[in-house]
Design a protein around this ligand. Structure first.
Ligand SMILES: [Zn+2]
Length: 484
């Protein structure tokens, strides 16, 4: 592969925007130049791509998503997580390999078209994990695919009496540690036999949804395979309540620490309901957090104290979560939510995160969570050649001065012009080059028809039970939970 020189783009470089030339060789950025003679030298002998009229930004990283959820678009509701999830489990039941493949391709196509080059796919349907790994490989995305493990239902934790005709839906099969360990070893081997862009992680659904035996399995498999771990944690007020009841001395995160589970390589999604001491603990242990502001708002989960996390020194990435709770896999939207939400909690503008800090969350911090390599972050020599050209010579993009603040405020996925992952173009001229999108849409329609047919037998039962289950969701006063 001959080197590629992207010439004349407005390069988003740290907290500055500068006109320059960026050359890639193989999967790496090998040179960046700002001065005319150096820029000409980079273009000599390279395939030159005209970047004029575009911003060039590092690939965006979605630090928490569920790829299968793209098939469930249209099933959005106005319900909190514990009720929303009844429907989501119902819609997600019975997916086969073909449906999972369609979901993953649809997800990755949406992400690529949105300038997202890497994701954490927190993956529930582990029987179909090899199909998901194969589909992620095919799209060229960088993926940390975190395989669910759990053995306790939310409804048991919350002591909610579920009607008999829904128990099959809310009952979680007992965990067979030996069978899971054997399957996990297979998934790791499949991923390690591939391009290196797709990796397998352990994906405990959430610590409170795991028994002590599941915690032990988590630690054992993490250490045996040297894999990352990604889990939901302390997402809703009900979960904070469960954690206070189940771990009255010090809380859930302290219990995880005592069990050796808080370590670098662990990332927690949401983490809305934490104390200051817990945030300090996460920072000390090198645990990262995936902040999902739009999911938290949509499900009424709360506002994550981003400023306090940043002050504590926790690495925070940004996530879009599932399509059917948080909408688009659109990190431009998510960045703007992360940028502005802290302003309603804190009236000191000196503490508000800057646009450059939010862009770092969506790029370098996300990369640290996906953890696919330890190359430097950003558009610098030696960094991964994961790059996005965004048109700025447009009605929505024309601006002066050309600043990172302006990019975060005005750039959007509709202006994404070209996307490179690992030195290879995956989106150009309006097409995702790694996916047959027309065929994919036919496959998606078929999979969605199957979901609709299966769900028709169960969702009326959820509708009937909703009021009773909702009434059993105890919502304690905030001060009793001791979180801020
Ligand atoms: Zn999630």
């Amino acid at each position: 592969v001959s080197p590629v020189a992207i010439d004349g783009a407005s390069v988003v470089h740290g907290d500055r925007v500068r006109t320059g030339t960026v050359r890639t060789a193989g999967g790496t950025i090998d040179a960046v130049a700002w001065h005319d003679d150096e820029r000409r030298a980079l273009c000599a002998g390279a395939e030159v791509v005209d970047g004029r009229g575009c911003w060039l930004v590092p690939g965006l990283v979605d630090a928490h998503t569920h790829a299968y959820g793209t098939l469930l678009r249209g099933t959005e509701s106005a319900l909190p997580l514990e009720l929303w999830s009844l429907y989501t489990i119902a819609y997600g039941a019975g997916l086969d390999d073909a449906a999972i493949r369609a979901a993953v391709l649809l997800h990755d196509a949406e992400c690529i078209r949105s300038g997202i080059t890497a994701v954490v796919d927190h993956f529930p349907h582990v029987d179909h994990l090899p199909a998901a790994l194969g589909a992620h490989e095919a799209t060229g995305m960088r993926v940390l695919c975190a395989a669910f493990v759990h053995d306790i239902s939310d409804y048991d934790l919350l002591d909610i009496d579920v009607p008999p005709d829904l128990r099959a839906l809310t009952t979680i099969a007992p965990l067979d540690p030996h069978a899971y360990a054997a399957a996990f070893a297979d998934w790791v081997a499949i991923a390690r036999g591939g391009s290196g862009r797709v990796r397998v992680a352990l994906g405990p659904n959430a610590p409170q949804r795991c028994s002590p035996a599941a915690w032990a399995l988590w630690k054992r498999l993490r250490d045996r395979h040297g894999v990352a771990v990604h889990a939901h944690a302390l997402e809703t007020r009900a979960q904070a309540q469960i954690a206070r009841e189940r771990w009255p001395d010090g809380g859930m995160l302290a219990a995880m620490d005592a069990a050796g589970l808080l370590a670098p390589g662990l990332s927690l999604a949401h983490a809305v309901w934490t104390t200051g001491a817990e945030r300090e603990l996460l920072a000390r242990r090198g645990v990262a957090v995936a902040h999902n502001p739009l999911s938290n708002l949509t499900l009424g989960s709360g506002i994550m104290p981003l400023i306090d996390y940043l002050a504590a020194g926790v690495t925070v990435g940004l996530g879009t979560d599932a399509s059917n709770c948080a909408g688009r896999h659109d990190l431009f939207e998510t960045m703007r939510a992360a940028l502005t939400l802290p302003r309603v909690r804190d009236d000191d503008p000196a503490r508000w995160p800057s646009p450059a800090a939010v862009l770092t969350m969506a790029t370098a911090n996300g990369n640290a969570i996906v953890g696919c390599d330890d190359r430097p972050a950003g558009i610098v020599p030696g960094a991964a050649a994961d790059l996005v050209l965004i048109r700025r010579d447009t009605i929505g993009g024309a601006m002066f001065p050309d600043t990172v603040d302006g990019v975060v405020a005005h750039a959007g996925r509709d202006a994404v012009h070209a996307v490179m992952i690992d030195g290879r173009w995956v989106f150009r001229d309006g097409r995702v080059l790694t996916i047959d999108e027309e065929r994919l849409l036919r496959d998606v329609a078929g999979a969605q028809a199957g979901i609709a047919e299966r769900a028709a037998a169960i969702t009326p039962r959820i509708d009937r039970a909703l009021a009773s289950i909702g009434a059993q969701l105890r919502r304690r006063p905030l001060d009793e939970l001791g979180v801020t």
